[in-house]
Every structure is written in structure tokens, then in C-alpha cells.
Design a protein around this ligand. Structure first.
Ligand SMILES: [Zn+2]
Ligand SMILES: [Zn+2]
Length: 66
């Protein structure tokens, strides 16, 4: 199964929102819940990441946390 975004690398993870297969280069990873001590992983395609995680006006391209 190839990454459905770049179609070049082997997919190793799936977007937790839309479920498309992503390689480690294309997937957007982040952590949430740092305030309460429990941390959960976020793994989404850039589209879903922008839509459901970033504040409006900020795109995945301009997000430099990782
Ligand atoms: Zn990819
Ligand atoms: Zn997605």
C-alpha cells in the first residue's frame, strides 16, 4: 500500500479522520492533552489536520511545530 498523498513512499499510518493511508513524511503528527497529564497522539492527513486541529487561518504548511 502506497501513501495516498505522495504515492511514492510506503504508507505506515492512516489518517484518524478520513482514513487514507499516509507515509511517515506526509502524516501530520501532534500531541494533545498536555494540560491534564494524559497525552494522546494525533495522526492526520494535512487536509484533516488543517480542518479539525489548527486555528482558522493557519495552514499545515505554516505550522512548524515538528
Ligand atoms: Zn506520502
Ligand atoms: Zn484525513
Amino acid at each position: 500500500m502506497l501513501c495516498q498523498l505522495c504515492k511514492e513512499r510506503v504508507a505506515c499510518i492512516r489518517c484518524m479522520e478520513c482514513g487514507i493511508h499516509l507515509c511517515s513524511h506526509c502524516v501530520k503528527l501532534d500531541l494533545y492533552g498536555t494540560g491534564c497529564g494524559c497525552v494522546g497522539p494525533i495522526h492526520m492527513c494535512p487536509t484533516c489536520f488543517e480542518k479539525s486541529w489548527l486555528p482558522s487561518g493557519i495552514t499545515a504548511e505554516s505550522y512548524h511545530a515538528f
